[in-house]
Design a protein around this ligand. Structure first.
Ligand code: TQI
Ligand code: CA
Ligand code: ZN
Ligand code: ZN
Length: 161
């Protein structure tokens, strides 16, 4: 089943803002494709919760996402192509980092699917830990495209909020 972070940290408001941090650039995916995939993933969580999301063109924002490579100053260095793809912090931190050294591609399933990873990392942003349900977005194994929330993910966010 779903899980929460220790102490069940959560957001204390429903209207969250988000912003794309201009950091490392990635050749395989455009800025617009990144923003579109983020919008799609946020929409899927919004459909099953009371959250609303508004993009703003500056920081600070509640959710700040962007690409970083190698050691990027938060104590959790990225590791080049493969293995760690992204990480996110628990509420109410809001940082979501993607490893700029991956073959990100929002449409090609043979590469790392940006929307799939985003859907998972947003779960962490909201306070969900990992699930042991195979097929849940919060199941901690990447196995290609997984762009829809499972009932377990929905039960998790509804139990937390
Ligand atoms: N990144 C890990 C993850 O997001 C980082 C991590 C490990 C983590 N333990 C954590 C983050 C506990 C928050 C709390 O799970 S990852 C997948 C999946 C990763 C993995 O790069 O390994 C996805 C990122 F689920 F497919 F394995 C995205 Cl979808
Ligand atoms: Ca990596
Ligand atoms: Zn980081
Ligand atoms: Zn995870």
């Amino acid at each position: 089943n779903y899980s929460f972070f220790p102490g069940s940290p959560r957001w204390r408001k429903w209207a969250l803002t988000y912003a794309l941090l201009s950091g490392a650039t990635v050749s395989t995916i455009s800025g617009n494709a990144v923003r579109q995939a983020m919008q799609n993933a946020l929409q899927k969580w919004a459909q099953v919760s009371n959250f609303t999301f508004t993009e703003i063109g500056r920081t600070p924002a509640d959710i700040v996402y962007g690409f970083h490579r190698g050691n990027h100053g938060d104590g959790y260095p990225f590791d080049g192509p493969g293995r760690v793809l992204a990480h996110a912090f628990s509420p109410q931190d809001g940082r979501l980092h993607y490893d700029a050294d991956e073959q990100w591609n929002s449409n090609d399933g043979s590469n790392v699917d940006f929307e799939t990873v985003t859907l998972h990392e947003l779960g962490h942003i909201f306070g969900l830990g990992h699930s042991n349900v195979t097929g849940a977005v919060m199941f901690p194994t990447y196995a290609g495209l997984r762009r829809f929330l499972s009932q377990d993910d929905i039960d998790g966010i509804r139990a937390l909020y």
